[in-house]
Ligand binder design. Structure first.
Ligand code: ZN
Ligand code: ZN
Length: 129
């Protein structure tokens, strides 16, 4: 008796029709990402064989070559070796020092600082024990 009162049949039929309509415009369900080890089900609206997550990664890789194509912009920087601090122009974003001399000096200064820090902590450790 209760089965009759639920007019679910009508609703179900309606949703089935919608389902068919959607399926016609989509790429099918139950497809899995082609990336090995990834079992993500693909959205029916995803035209590729890769899930959104891996798709994003691919897009990132596509970005890299385009960045290379652009000529490097020249920029003005200040030497990272503090006693120097001279302004220099470079097209290399990784370059931090105005010259090799500063780079070497900064490297040596860092080594000395590291050694001093090490000595400091070992002294503290000795004091603590
Ligand atoms: Zn994936
Ligand atoms: Zn310098």
């Amino acid at each position: 008796m209760e089965y009759r009162s639920t007019r679910g049949l009508r609703g179900r039929r309606l949703s089935l029709q919608i389902d068919d309509a959607v399926r016609a415009k989509t790429y099918g369900t139950r497809r899995v990402c082609v990336v090995e080890g990834c079992n993500t089900f693909l959205s029916a609206y995803n035209p590729s064989n890769i899930c959104a997550l891996h798709n994003g990664g691919w897009r990132d890789e596509l970005k890299r070559p385009t960045r290379k194509q652009h000529p490097r912009e020249e920029m003005t920087r200040n030497c990272s070796f503090e006693p120097c601090g001279r302004e220099f122009v470079t097209s290399n974003p990784a370059k931090k020092y105005c010259s090799d001399a500063c780079r070497m000096k900064a490297f040596q200064a860092r080594a000395v600082a590291a050694r001093q820090a090490e000595l400091g902590t070992s002294l503290q450790a000795r004091r603590a024990s």
